[in-house]
Design a binder for this molecule. Sequence first.
Ligand SMILES: [Zn+2]
Length: 428
Amino acid sequence: MKRSNRKKLSIVIIVCLFIILNIGCSNTNKNPSDSILYNSDVVSANLAIHFIDVGQGDSTLIQTPSGKTMLIDAGENDKGKSVVNYIKKQGIKKLDYVIGTHPHSDHIGGLDNVINSLDVKCVYMPKVSHNTETFKDVLSAVRNKGLKVETAKTGVKLNLDQNIKLEMFSPNLSKYDNLNNYSPIMKLTYGEVSFIFTGDAEAEVEKEVLTKNINLKADILKLGHHGSSTSTTNRFLKAVSPKYAIISAGKGNEYGHPHKETIHKLINAEIQIFRTDQLGTIVAVSNGKYISFNKAGQKTVSKDNNIKYNSIFNAKNDVSSGESGNKKDLINTGVEIVNIDLEAEVVVIQNRNNTDVDMTGWKIVSIKGNQEFYFPRGYILKAGEAVTVASGESKGDLRWSEKPVYIWSNDGDKGELYDSRGNLVSNQ
Ligand SMILES: [Zn+2]
């Protein structure tokens, strides 16, 4: 080899190495650790998934405990700015991954705004083009940032964080008649919990994915195509068997999303439903073992009385607009009120820590009735476990009092939990 050629080759190698090591999309997973920390700062120490209310459309923001970020879709063109603002409000300036599920404007409309306004490292989209200004805008935003679109397709695996992986199960074909079906069906796994994202993938793709004999089981299913009856087939729903369903749709949208058929399927399967058209932005937080929400989902009968999945989390970063937060300062101890059933007179308190908590001196206060319940001396709430405190005629692990006294007002009542030092640690 001639000297000049050798020099050229080494430059090429160095450039390649530089690209591999530095330019976005790097997929290294350093120092994997099995231990899942669950400390005082609940939100930043956990995986947070924000189903952003963008009206009729989709936009999902994922934050990992180490600060890695992913955005799946960004709603319509006119929602781009508010999606960017929402992301910035979370203290995020950089998106490690941006996924545009398919070229429809209710998904990629706001993406050009996102790419132009934030430090985006890597963009994934399925290999299909569309002859719209919206689509072209996204492509030029990608180009202007010196990025290129990576192909979203079956088999793509992204290591988002220690123990957090995302895998794509579709698209499997190079051509679909319906643009919706290019949407990747993706599974995100963190420890013992998992989430399925679907974009607008319809029955045809669900069937494809089902034949692949992969483990689709997940705790949360983000329903395909805004809850349309053309997605979420019985077989697919059964394979995923979620505890929770998320539906992103606009209030009173012209398509009638989510369709009644889909809602009935969910209710029949006793799946708790969270809809952005009813609840606004929905945030799910997980430590890899438990999942909590910033909003209460539509109640369905609890499938297995498994309290760990029946929690409602007053997230510190409850970002939903127009809601005034609680004025009192909360001390985060990892022990919280996860539910107060006013009618049944049952309070559920959960210890989300990896260690047991001595509840001696802790108390629950019913605000309206101004009544207090003190935990018995030496009462230990084990790591990860929940305790029910019952009043009225209900049965629970603990009773508010021997007599069937009614504590909670059915017209609405709030409860507070205080630790042994009198710090307010949780309220609902
Ligand atoms: Zn859509």
